[in-house]
Design a protein around this ligand. Sequence first.
Ligand SMILES: C[S@@+](CC[C@H](N)C(=O)[O-])C[C@H]1O[C@@H](n2cnc3c(N)ncnc32)[C@H](O)[C@@H]1O
Ligand SMILES: [Zn+2]
Length: 277
Amino acid sequence: MLNPSLLICPLCGESLQAHGSSLVCPQRHSFDVARQGYVNLLPVQHKRSREPGDSAEMIAARGRFLDAGIYQSISEQLNAMVAPLRPQVVLDAGCGEGYYLQRLYAELDADVQVFGLDISKPAIMAAARRNKHVHWLVASNKAPPLQAACVDVIVVMFGFPDYAAFAKVLRPGGQVILVDAAEDHLLQLREVIYPEVRKSAPPSIERATACGFDLVETQALRYQTPSLDQALLADLLLMTPHLFRASREGKAAAEALQQLMLTVDVCFRRLRLTTGC
Ligand SMILES: C[S@@+](CC[C@H](N)C(=O)[O-])C[C@H]1O[C@@H](n2cnc3c(N)ncnc32)[C@H](O)[C@@H]1O
Ligand SMILES: [Zn+2]
């Protein structure tokens, strides 16, 4: 059963308590805990669309691709960065279908409280199937429904950090681990899709600095995948933004690929909260 002690009501910010199979705040706002163990704390008024975030189809594709182990080294490097910090409370902000958080959970002590949130309900439903001990939440990075200053480490894997919101829920000295695509990530696929490949650096952390975070560590990870077959390449295309950015010709060229070896080029950054926003 979900332990609500660190959760807050997304409508009024007060503490939530378990009441039957719901979480309820003193103002009587009530949220059902789904049979699968997750809770939807995303109020309708915080939604920009009816089904925000990644679709069920994208989530299923990402699950198949990640379970094939192609990004396992990314997960291992993440775990090696987080475990020595000995966190008591961990949040994966934009956890998708839970691959990385499930593996990180297995590396941490059993009494660590682990939260995974995503704005996509299909993502959280899939994540809840992976692990019953993580607290899975449908919620937004813009307002993680957690008590102020309770989180030790926030993980953001290929996601959309909101540093002002993170600064509220992190304890002083709390840390953010950002994992992003670096310049050559999936280069061979981008060469097939785009007439001209634009190499871009990982996203700027200017906003993090403005919110009181210092960059304390940067790590790189670069390797070649084995040859990926057509089914895995189709899943990869569905889970990356490239499919949506591609021209019709680029998309057709990618879909025609029978096999391809890819460069994985990923950047890990560790930020520490020093002052508030
Ligand atoms: C590129 S995917 C990465 C998922 C996962 N971290 C991984 O690496 O497998 C980005 C995820 O962010 C989620 N997302 C988008 N906007 C969000 C927001 N405002 N708050 C929380 N999650 C969000 C999407 O639903 C999607 O699951
Ligand atoms: Zn409330």
